[in-house]
Design a protein around this ligand. Structure first.
Ligand code: HEC
Length: 117
């Protein structure tokens, strides 16, 4: 009997993983992967620079379209967020890996990720 129970316990633990406070749910994570900026050039930058982390909850990055997570970040103000992207912040490397992005592009990328559109 316990041979059957063991995998069941593992499954239950895995299923609970996304429900830790402050961590995005699996549904929010899945939804983030389907979001793209409407602007074609911005989408290209987003896909090569920001998307790899901002659609994976395990990176610790606020997920694209996770409006609750982004609301807390946006409270810091646009300028602070921009400075943090440029300098690097926590697990995020400097420039969020977009070395040739300018301030306007970063602002647009942040606005897109915060709203998911
Ligand atoms: C290698 C992974 C990675 C990449 C690539 C990445 N980010 Fe991040 N980003 C993170 C992580 C992790 C955090 C959360 C850091 C923390 O709170 O400790 C974060 C946080 C942020 C924040 C919030 C900063 C704050 O002050 O709270 C902004 C804004 C942001 N990222 C924008 C971007 C943009 C724009 C891009 C693409 C140009 C990008 N990121 C690319 C991992 C990444």
């Amino acid at each position: 009997m316990h041979k059957l129970l063991f995998p069941l316990v593992l499954l239950t633990l895995a299923a609970c993983g996304g429900d830790k406070p402050g961590q995005a749910s699996a549904a929010v994570e899945a939804a983030s992967r389907n979001l793209q900026p409407a602007d074609k050039e911005l989408a290209e930058i987003y896909n090569r620079s920001c998307r790899s982390c901002h659609t994976i909850a395990a990176t610790g990055a606020p997920l694209t379209g996770d409006t609750a997570a982004w609301a807390q970040r946006m409270e810091k103000g646009k300028d602070v967020l921009l400075e943090n992207v440029v300098a690097g912040f926590g697990g995020m490397p400097p420039f969020g890996l977009c070395m040739d992005c300018d301030a306007d592009e970063f602002d647009a990328l942040i606005a897109f990720m915060a709203k998911g559109q």
